[in-house]
Every structure is written in C-alpha cells, then in structure tokens.
Design a protein around this ligand. Sequence first.
Ligand code: 6GU
Length: 225
Amino acid sequence: MRIDIITVEPDLLQSPFNHSMMKRAIEKELAEVHFHNLREYGFGNYRQIDDYQFGGGAGMVLMIAPIAKCIEKLQSERTYDEIIYMTPDAPTLNQATANQLSLKENIIILTGHYKGVDQRVRDKFITKEISIGDYVLTGGELAAAVLCDAVIRLIPGVLGDETSALTDSFQDNLLSPPVYTRPSEYEGMKVPDVLLSGNFPKIEEWRNEQAYKRTQEIRPDLLED
Ligand code: 6GU
C-alpha cells in the first residue's frame, strides 16, 4: 500500500512512522509513506497557501490551487483509490473504515489546518472525509497519523500471529476482555481462577462474557448496531 500525505507540518508527522508497527510495515515494504509539504506548492516568494475567507470571519483557509497542483501531480503518476480529507466535520473513524482502507493500493491523505480548506477542494478531489473523534485538534496531522496506524497494522503480513488483529477490541464490535500476566497474586489481588485452569473452552467462554460485560458498561452504543 502506498500512502501520500499532503500536509503543512511534515515534521510533526514523521516520528510515528519511525517506530513500532508502522516502522515494521515500512521495512517489510508492505507500506510506503510519502510526505508532501504543501508550502512547496504555494504562490510567490512567500509560498502562500492560505488566505482570508470570503464573507469575513477569523481564521485562514487553505487555497485550492496549491492543493490542486499537488494532488494533480500525484494523480499524473498513478491512480488513487481514495483521496481522504482529515477534518473534524466528517464521519468518525471506526474499525470498519480502517478494515476497508487496509485493502487499498494507493491513497492520498490531505490534512487541514487553520479554518480548513476551500470547499471546492472537497467538492473536486476528496472521495472520503474522516474525523477521529468529537473534539478539535489544531491540525489534521495527528489525526492522519492515527488513521495510518489503524490502517497499516491491518495490511496482511504486518502483524504476526502473536498479535493477530482479529482479536482486537472493536474487531467484533466488542471491547477487549481483561488480561493478566505474572504474578498470579499481587498484594492479595488474584488472577481469576479460570485463566489458570488450562480449560481453554472455558477460558474462551469467560473472555467472551467479560468482553460483553465491559462493552455493556462502557460502550453500550456498540451493542446497538
Ligand atoms: Cl481529522 N482534524 C482536526 N483538526 N481535528 C479533529 C479531527 C481531524 N478529528 C477530530 N478532531
């Protein structure tokens, strides 16, 4: 999978890709990530990329031309399956969306800033808009890193069996059950007997019960779908 990220703050975005699972995916050549500094596509000596909004109001808006120049250059090199815009005014990312995106070949992710992008960018280029939750971030960069992490770990071959994505929270719309490791007793707090029993059907049943119970307590909305 190839991901091209168009951003105003490329430096803010680099580090998550140099660690852990995303680093592993890139090293295994299962994922390829390219950063494009929008400013390099800006106008004039100041490389202008934003301007005041028509109609007045605080905050700058990213102009269409620099973004168009960058996207059209990428599109001249290959075909993209999705052009995604990270913005709080969009449907919220969930596991189903991450699963779908993990099967794509080439995607572009555009990260917003300031007051966002000229609506015509969204109308002309964007095929999918994603928010990562009901709160406002300064820019879409961290949100893009979150999206990439959620997607890249699902690309076949990235996770080993020991960390199979199939047992993750949300993969079946349930939260994960509690987990324990040694010691089996710490300051009087004991690991549930069933986990030490060696009775694997029973353990599986207990985990399912716990997952359901946790979901009911913490995220009952997940059970309504
Ligand atoms: Cl994708 N961008 C920004 N700026 N804020 C957010 C977000 C995205 N998702 C949640 N909050």
